[in-house]
Design a protein around this ligand. Structure first.
Ligand SMILES: Nc1nc2c(ncn2[C@@H]2O[C@H](COP(=O)(O)OP(=O)(O)OP(=O)(O)O)[C@@H](O)[C@H]2O)c(=O)[nH]1
Ligand SMILES: [Mg+2]
Length: 321
C-alpha cells in the first residue's frame, strides 16, 4: 500500500475528518489543484518540473529553506528508484511527513496540584479566544479549569476573557487595568491551589513594543508562577496567526528567544492561511503545532494530527467517502 493510501485509511477512520476537510478547504484548494497538475502521469520530471514543484511549495508558505530540503531529499530518493508519477507523489508526502517528525500532542498534567499554562503571542493572534477554546476542551474532559486575565494592558482584554469564562462556566481571575500582570498571576495561582484547579490557563498581553520589556515582563511572570506553584508554568504555548504566514513566524521567533516555548497553537486555519506554514514552523524552530484554531467559537479547536493534515493538504474532500 502506498503512503497516500495508508494516510487515507488512517484518515477516514478519524472522528475529526470532516472538520479537517471543511476547515482546510479554502487553505488548500489551490495547492491541491497545482499538485494534481504537477503529478499528471503524462509529465516528465525534468528541471522545469522541479522548479514548478519548488514554486508550489513556496506559495503554500513553506519557506525556501524547507522547500529546498524537501526537494533535495526527494531528488535523492528518485535517483535510486525509477517510479511512476503517482508513486512519486506518495514519496513526496512521505518525505514531508518524515521531515515533520513527531511532536507531543497535548498537555502533560502535573502529578500534583494545578498545571499552569501560559499563553503568549503577538497582538491579535488569537490568544484570548484560544484560552476560551482550551478552557472548554479541558472542562469537557472533566478537569477543573480556571483562567487568569494576565493581559492588563487593555481594559477590554479583561472583559473579553471574563465574558468567555462566564459563558463556558469556569472561574476567571482578573486584576484591574494596568495592574502588574505578575500580581494577577500570584492571585490566580493561589486561587488555583485553594480551589483544587487542575488546569490554570493564563492570558498575556501581546504587545511587542520592545524585546527587553517583553522579556522582563514574561520573566517576572515565570518567576512568580514558579514561586507559587512548583514546576510552573508547566507549558508555554505560542499562539500564531496562520494567515500571517512567514511574517508571523519571524515575530514568533522573538517570543521563542524570550521564553521556552513548548508548543504552537496555529489559529485562523479556517481562513485563507496556506497549509505549508505548519512544516515551516517545525523545520525553522524545531517546535511543533499542538492545536489548530479552525474558527471563533470555543469548540473550534482541534488537536493537530499529522496524518489528517497531510491528507487534507494533498487530497481533500473529493477523495473521502
Ligand atoms: N476565523 C478565526 N478567527 C479567530 C481564530 N482565533 C481567533 N480568531 C479571531 O481573531 C481575533 C483576535 O483574537 P483574540 O483572541 O482577541 O486575539 P489576542 O491574541 O488575544 O489579541 P490581543 O489581546 O489584542 O493581543 C478575534 O476576532 C477572534 O475571534 C480562529 O481560529 N479562526
Ligand atoms: Mg487577548
Amino acid at each position: 500500500m502506498g503512503f497516500l493510501d495508508q494516510l487515507k485509511e488512517k484518515f477516514t477512520k478519524k472522528a475529526d475528518k470532516d472538520i479537517y476537510l471543511s476547515g482546510f478547504e479554502r487553505s488548500n484548494r489551490l495547492l491541491r489543484t497545482q499538485m494534481n497538475n504537477l503529478f499528471d502521469p503524462l509529465r516528465q520530471r525534468d528541471e522545469d518540473w522541479f522548479e514548478e514543484l519548488m514554486m508550489i511549495l513556496v506559495e503554500s508558505d513553506i519557506s525556501v529553506n524547507t522547500a529546498n530540503n524537501i526537494i533535495e531529499k526527494f531528488k535523492k530518493e528518485l535517483r535510486v528508484s525509477d517510479i511512476s508519477m503517482s508513486e512519486s507523489k506518495q514519496l513526496l508526502i512521505s518525505i514531508m511527513s518524515e521531515l515533520y517528525g513527531d511532536f507531543p500532542l497535548d498537555l502533560m498534567l502535573a502529578l500534583e496540584g494545578p498545571t499552569v499554562v501560559l499563553i503568549v503571542g503577538v497582538n491579535g493572534s488569537g490568544k484570548t479566544t484560544t484560552i476560551a477554546k482550551l478552557a472548554q476542551k479541558y472542562k469537557n474532559e472533566g478537569l477543573s479549569v480556571a483562567v487568569a486575565a494576565g493581559d492588563t494592558f487593555r481594559a477590554a482584554a479583561i472583559e473579553q476573557l471574563s465574558t468567555w469564562a462566564l459563558r463556558i462556566g469556569v472561574p476567571c481571575i482578573a486584576g484591574k487595568p494596568q495592574q502588574d500582570p505578575a500580581s494577577v498571576m500570584v492571585d490566580a495561582c493561589r486561587y488555583a491551589k485553594e480551589n483544587n484547579i487542575d488546569v490554570l490557563l493564563c492570558d498575556t498581553a501581546g504587545r511587542l513594543q520592545n524585546k527587553t520589556n517583553l522579556m522582563n515582563e514574561l520573566a517576572k511572570m515565570f518567576r512568580v508562577i514558579g514561586r507559587e506553584i512548583e514546576g510552573g508554568p508547566h507549558a508555554i504555548w505560542l499562539v500564531l496567526d496562520a494567515t500571517t504566514g512567514q511574517n508571523g513566524l519571524s515575530q514568533a521567533k522573538v517570543f521563542m528567544e524570550a521564553t521556552e516555548v513548548g508548543g504552537i497553537i496555529l489559529t485562523k486555519m479556517d481562513g485563507t492561511a496556506r497549509g505549508g506554514i505548519v512544516l515551516t514552523i517545525k523545520e525553522e524552530t524545531g517546535i511543533g503545532v499542538i492545536f489548530l484554531g479552525l474558527g471563533e467559537k470555543p469548540d473550534d479547536l482541534r488537536p493537530f494530527d499529522k496524518d489528517s493534515y497531510l491528507y487534507s493538504l494533498f487530497e481533500g474532500k473529493e477523495h473521502v467517502r
